[in-house]
Design a protein around this ligand. Structure first.
Ligand code: PGA
Length: 244
């Protein structure tokens, strides 16, 4: 299976920045023939069309609405994302869980709607506190993460799990420059893979070109925030994956 390189632009970008980014990336010879990597870019909603229908770029959104009523001002539903040729959608990112108080019920509803509309889901889960210090801490983190998965995935069938990518993102590692020990990441990824054998499992949280290769050796992919905004960083990471 190709390694997933998922780029979450968060609330960054502009028309000029994204056009420039796309041109720089696509003009690079590396992008003409990706053998080992699948690149998924998730820009903010207003810029989705700037990255639409580009070969070697899979388009993803950062969220979709849990609401079904068309009278939902300001919301964007999974059907609209499909209409824009999005193939992926990030659901349950901790920044939305924490800042916007997204609940597991809402996340579960979003997942159902995304799957019904043919989208693949990138479900983010992760422990809030740093539990890396000892075995008991790891077990606390595992319980927390499995609980998040169970709540977010209720009523999702085994078959549907093939269309769900689980992104393990320790909240304390996101944007902090801190990354857990590889042995810790490995343990959690393996537990997730045992519990959800049909789903690819990725890691996110302060991944960059210095640690991407090691993390990719343990996982099916990476979810990049800050590093994804830097074309040079992206090219370094893609190069490492392609050389493997
Ligand atoms: P980061 O963000 O790579 O900047 O830590 C990752 C994420 O939030 O998905």
């Amino acid at each position: 299976m190709k390694k997933l390189i998922i780029c979450n632009f968060k609330m960054n970008g502009s028309v000029a920045m994204i056009n420039n980014y796309r041109n720089q990336l696509l003009n690079h010879t590396l992008l003409t023939n990706l053998q080992n990597s699948q690149l998924i870019i998730c820009p903010p909603f207003p810029y989705l069309s700037l990255l639409q229908n580009q070969s070697n770029i899979n388009l993803g959104a950062q969220n979709c609405s849990h609401l079904q009523e068309k009278s939902s001002t300001g919301e964007i539903d999974a059907n609209m994302l499909q209409d824009l040729n999005c193939q992926f959608v990030i659901i349950g990112h901790n920044e939305r869980r924490i800042k916007l108080h997204e609940t597991s019920e809402q996340i579960n509803e979003k997942i159902s709607q995304a799957l019904q509309n043919g989208l693949k889901v990138i479900l983010c889960v992760g422990d809030i506190e740093n539990h890396t210090e000892n075995e008991q801490g790891i077990n606390t983190a595992i319980d927390y993460i499995l609980d998040q998965c169970a709540n977010s995935l209720s009523d999702i069938t085994d078959d549907q799990m093939q269309n769900i990518i689980i992104a393990y993102e320790p909240v304390w590692a996101i944007g902090s420059g801190m990354v857990p020990e590889l042995s810790y990441i490995k343990k959690i990824i393996n537990i997730l893979k045992q519990n959800f054998p049909a789903s690819p499992v990725c890691y996110g949280g302060s991944v960059n070109s210095n640690n991407a290769s090691d993390i990719l050796s343990l996982s099916d992919g990476i979810l990049l925030g800050k590093a994804s905004l830097d074309v040079d960083e992206m090219l370094k990471i893609i190069q490492q994956v392609e050389n493997n």
